[in-house]
Design a protein around this ligand. Structure first.
Ligand code: IYR
Length: 218
């Protein structure tokens, strides 16, 4: 394989810690939002954030992801109806009691009005195979890790751009293949709800563990 020089973005050492702290002080403000406004997303913002998402490191550079952006109200409605159907089963029978107990402080239930109210949903698919331009097919590698990292990039970019998100995972999510006409070789990974919070939006009062409880240095 031919190689090209790395275009490394050198930051003066005296600025590095400050930059890291500014970044974390902004990321710390991110919260999952469940009460969305129908305020439209300014043009080009979501598109630019998707440009960031697809830069994620990924297995063998096969880029094993597909992002379906849904703004059409009739498709959002179909997704809400299908998701609520699955969620009803989850909350009424499928979820073990410990799981429901863990969710009590968050206050979630089977109603998902935000799937219709928020201006955009991004359905993220994990590809098990890739078809190249010459129509040959390759399996993908580390696709779950790759898609997870790309989703993290997307969530961070959207937050940085001034938008709120919710990582929504109705289970199972097969209905997304049907509604969005994606092949079965693509597994729905996550449904990201994107928009502005509703005026006076409230979020659960949660505490994050002290960082030193989760990080160690050797
Ligand atoms: N998918 C369900 C349940 C749910 C699960 C977890 I883990 C959460 O952090 C939040 C909700 C729902 O969306 O309601």
């Amino acid at each position: 394989m031919s190689k090209v020089p790395l275009n490394f973005w050198e930051i003066p050492e005296s600025e590095m810690k400050n930059r890291a702290q500014i970044f974390s002080s902004h990321l710390i403000q991110r919260r999952s939002v469940r009460d969305f406004s129908n305020r439209p997303i300014p043009e080009g913002v979501l598109e630019a954030c998707l440009e960031s998402a697809v830069t994620a490191p990924n297995g063998a550079n096969l880029q094993p992801w597909h992002f379906a952006v849904i703004r059409d109200p009739s498709i959002k409605k179909a997704i809400r109806e299908a998701a609520e159907e699955e969620e009803k089963h989850f909350y009424n029978s499928r979820a073990p009691k410990e799981w429901l107990d863990a969710l009590t402080p968050i206050g979630t239930n089977a109603n998902k009005p935000f799937l219709e109210i928020a201006p955009a949903l991004v359905a993220i698919f994990q590809k098990s195979e890739i078809t190249f331009a010459d129509e040959t097919v390759s399996r993908t590698y580390y696709s779950r890790e790759s898609v997870g990292i790309a989703t993290g990039f997307l969530i961070s970019s959207l937050h940085h751009a001034g938008l709120a998100t919710l990582t929504h995972t109705p289970s199972p999510m097969k209905f997304l293949n049907k509604i969005l006409r994606r092949p079965l070789s693509e597994k729905p990974f996550l449904l990201l709800v994107v928009g502005f919070p509703a005026p006076n939006c409230q979020v659960p009062e949660i505490a994050r563990l002290p960082t030193e409880k989760m990080v160690e240095f050797h």
